[in-house]
Design a protein around this ligand. Structure first.
Ligand code: SAM
Length: 227
């Protein structure tokens, strides 16, 4: 799919203020994308988080062209329905956007070092077969990239209904010296936990089917745990 995708040479080359981006909110060097939903699917997390964090620019990345198009139209419709709101007011939906993108490639071309505050991996594709494990969105190499683009104190959220994938993600994030698990109390106090557990289309599907959801969240540390 991705031979048709284009990548900026460096993050500053990417135009975020265009119509598909944040035409009313983006300010170069001042207001940049800070939350990224990797494999956003139909955009349920974006629309749930939008009014909760009206001053944050939130981006969904999605590889399937038709799904990305659907989300883009959904956002345009929400913006149009709420055009009476000020751009930085909750429910203006000016702070969410979607990009078609293979998130496994060139992430550091889109985001500066330490730019992001939150990275979401919600119900990623499980790739069950052992030969396909390298296609998983959490791998040692990619975890290092996530550490690079997250700011110290930033948080990675992982949720899945596949126990084996949960164990895989936890294993690889536990192994990285720049990540530390959030405690249960920290997760209980985190306003993103309910949206990630319940706000996406996949989360709702799992609920309908009576499945179990596994969550683990990690803080990006300032300094390596291992000295
Ligand atoms: N997070 C959404 C949710 O919870 O409803 C969607 C979950 S769905 C099972 C996984 C999504 O990740 C699909 O929409 C798929 O197209 C997308 N995806 C898979 N690999 C990707 C990649 N390398 N880059 C961007 N998106 C990807």
């Amino acid at each position: 799919v991705d031979h048709q995708l284009t990548y900026p040479v460096r993050p500053s080359d990417k135009v975020w203020s265009d119509l598909e981006g944040y035409p009313k909110l983006f300010e170069p060097g001042k207001k940049v994308v800070e939350f990224v939903d990797v494999g956003c699917g139909y955009g349920g997390l974006l629309t749930t988080l939008s009014p909760l964090f009206p001053s944050k620019l939130i981006l969904g990345m999605e590889i399937r062209p038709l799904v990305e198009q659907y989300v883009a139209q959904r956002i345009q419709a929400l913006r149009a329905q709420n055009s009476d709101k000020k751009p930085d007011e909750p429910d203006s939906f000016q702070n969410i956007s979607v990009m078609r993108m293979n998130a496994m490639k060139f992430l550091p071309n889109f985001f500066e070092k330490a730019q992001l505050e939150k990275l979401f991996f919600l119900f990623p594709d499980p790739h069950f077969k052992k030969k396909k494990h390298k296609a998983r969105i959490i791998t040692p190499q990619l975890v290092a990239e996530y550490a690079y683009i997250l700011k110290p104190g930033g948080v990675v959220y992982t949720v899945t209904d596949v126990k084996e994938l949960h164990e895989w993600m936890v294993k690889h994030l536990d192994a990285h010296p720049l990540f530390e698990r959030l405690t249960q109390q920290e997760m209980d106090a985190d306003p993103c936990v309910d949206p990630v557990m319940n706000g996406t289309e996949e989360a709702k599907k799992v609920d309908r089917n009576g499945g179990t959801k596994f969550i683990m969240c990690y803080r990006r540390l300032e300094k390596s745990r291992i000295v």
